[in-house]
Design a protein around this ligand. Sequence first.
Ligand code: NAI
Length: 319
Amino acid sequence: MAPPELRYDGQTVVVTGAGGGLGREYALFFGSRGASVVVNDLGVSFKGEGTGSKAADVVVKEIQSAGGKAVANYDSVENGDAIIKTAIDAFGRIDILINNAGILRDISFKNMKQQDWDLIYRVHVYGAYKCARAAWPYFRKQKYGRLISTASAAGLFGSFGQTNYSAAKLALVGFTETLAKEGLKYNILCNVIAPIAASRMTETVMPPDVLENLKPTWVVPLVAVLTHKSSTETGSIYEAGGGHIAKLRWERAKGALLKPDDTLTPGAIIPKWKDVTNYAQGEHPDGPANAMEILEAAGAQPPNQPGEKLDFKDKVVLI
Ligand code: NAI
């Protein structure tokens, strides 16, 4: 039996950067599955130059002529409040936010201008923050929200000529992981995706035969599943592209256990280097290593507070 068609009736979805590329596909999908869609797009070039309303308008028309509900918004994601206000004014609610808008300013680190760094940060990190921040009170109040932010392989693994973009994209992973923790009890689920798809962004760096196998529509189903009311996934990273969909996670090596006293010198680490880097006995953490637990497991007394048990179970704050 075929699985049921996922629907979003009665829900409002905001898709940023929905005038083209991946954002357009998300918007068309949600519009075709019963949701009311805010099609946000500033109408810039892939480097972030110029502005225009046409990109968003065209997608709104496409959704409407297929029988769906959509309105346009032409603000920059840096004005996230105005984008979410469009959703509230037009449809009275916001259920799903897709932080998708993005630009590139690829250049070697040596030649990068301050503006290349600042603009990438403002669109990807500050823009995602502003939109999420404006949606958050509605999500909390209604005890329901779905948030997708868009990272990139460049952020997860590094990519030549993309220090600005990589830094911004990985920032969205940390952003998402923390929001997932804060949102959980309000049924606000937050995930981050690293897509690969043919778009004007990738057509400058990939040949046509490769792009042919990277249709942006093939990223949409993952976003659809993660944002559906039936989903329970939160705080995770996913790759999607060319029909391949996979979850990624952190891995911590077994690690070396050194006495936390004056003997913990560089010279003490070197002989233990194989343990520091030993992934064969690694683990997949969703939080920082609990030093006390590790020491106790190794039969050592926790330092400084002999006999005292510290409960870090619910809240671990790292600096
Ligand atoms: P695209 O260039 O086709 O679409 C991006 C859209 O965002 C454009 O319509 C643009 O006008 C809009 N936009 C840019 N700055 C904006 C701002 N300040 N406010 C509102 N709208 C703005 O790019 P594509 O490929 O669809 O990328 C979508 C997202 O996916 C981006 O965040 C990108 O970094 C990310 N991504 C894409 C990959 C790919 O293979 N296409 C790979 C990894 C990440």
